[in-house]
Design a protein around this ligand. Structure first.
Ligand code: GTP
Ligand code: MG
Length: 308
């Protein structure tokens, strides 16, 4: 069930590599299969990893560990799987007592607010009491957008005046979370670029204020990346993460892209776990990242002989 939604989301990526995937099995020559595999890696946009994997593979072939075309598919699957960190069923470190604070950051339009809403729905589904903080005071429409989600979700939203200090909103939200006994406080922020010094400093201030009210907060800082931007997202995220301590990635818009392989580039080049993926614009379009399911959805199901 879950797998099928991920499969649907990754369809564009899989379509793009399906021709090459077909050439991996059957009676293709090893040489042709190697070419197909190279095509898969580059087309899926896995980044620097592609070159590394191809080098390794050449080595395997040279030392005779791989001799047939149909051995390449399973080898690739295992190899890709090894790249991915498994966030496990508990991707967020929830505090045993007192509110857990989740700070959501990222560049403009990456999918932060939508992902905040989905996270709230996911947390509510686990029986947790959630409070929302709208620390995006930059655009008037931003608070409104989050307000609509809050109403649909039936959660309280703490906001501040338009163009007001986001750290003040964070302060009030943390206070409200304590006073109302919330299990989780999720704080949405305005989009920003790592090059915008003041805005990066503002983010640091938001984190400091949260920590002052709730020691250890934010307990999770999630960086939302737009999967459709592929390698660009990776480069931006790297610089972003240099400035703010990030705990994990929320990879949004995985459904709208043929660059699903960006997951590998993110993990390899940022060393950060992908904790959630966004597979659409709705509240239910969130999945906890699962490396096995992801690899299956990308490469197609394993042949029966292997799964048996
Ligand atoms: N297809 C698809 N669209 C998404 C997904 N996540 C977000 N979007 C869409 O992307 C657009 C931007 O999403 P927002 O959540 O407003 O992005 P944001 O990062 O909060 O934007 P700013 O606050 O302006 O920086 C909206 O049209 C969303 O519906 C996703 O997983 N899949
Ligand atoms: Mg937003």
């Amino acid at each position: 069930m879950v797998l099928s939604r991920l499969r649907a989301g990754l369809q564009r990526t899989r379509n793009r590599i399906s021709h090459a995937l077909r050439r991996l099995g059957g009676d293709t020559s090893l040489e042709e299969a190697l070419e197909a595999l190279e095509e898969i890696l580059y087309t899926a946009d896995v980044g620097l990893l592609a070159g590394e994997i191809l080098d390794e593979l050449q080595g395997e072939v040279r030392r005779g560990a791989i001799a047939r075309a149909d051995e390449l598919g399973p080898w690739l699957r295992e190899r890709l799987l090894r790249e991915l960190q498994d966030p496990g069923p508990e991707p967020l470190r929830l505090q045993p007592s007192g509110p857990t604070v989740i700070l959501v950051v990222g560049v403009n339009g990456s999918g932060k607010t939508t992902s905040v809403a989905r996270l709230v729905a996911w947390l509510q589904g686990r029986g947790l009491k959630v409070l929302l903080g709208a620390a995006d005071t930059f655009r008037a429409a931003a608070v409104e957008q989050l307000g609509i989600w809050a109403e649909r979700l039936g959660v309280d939203l703490v906001t501040g005046p338009h163009q007001g200090d986001p750290a003040a909103v964070a302060h009030d939200a943390a206070e409200a979370a304590l006073a109302r006994g919330a299990d989780v406080l999720v704080v949405d922020t305005a989009g920003r670029l790592h090059t915008q010094k003041n805005l990066m400093e503002e983010l640091a201030k938001v984190a400091r204020v949260l920590d002052r009210k709730i020691p250890g907060a934010p307990h999770e800082t999630l960086l939302v990346l737009d999967a459709t931007t592929g390698q660009n997202a990776v480069q931006q995220a790297r610089r972003f993460a240099e400035k703010v301590p990030v705990d994990g990635i929320f990879l949004a818009k995985l459904d709208g892209t043929a660059k699903g392989g960006a997951v590998f580039a993110v993990q390899r080049e940022l060393g950060l776990p992908v904790k959630f993926v966004g597979l659409g614009e709705g509240l239910e379009d969130l999945e906890v990242f699962d490396p096995g399911e992801f690899t299956d959805a990308l490469l197609g199901p394993r042949p029966a002989a292997e799964t048996a």
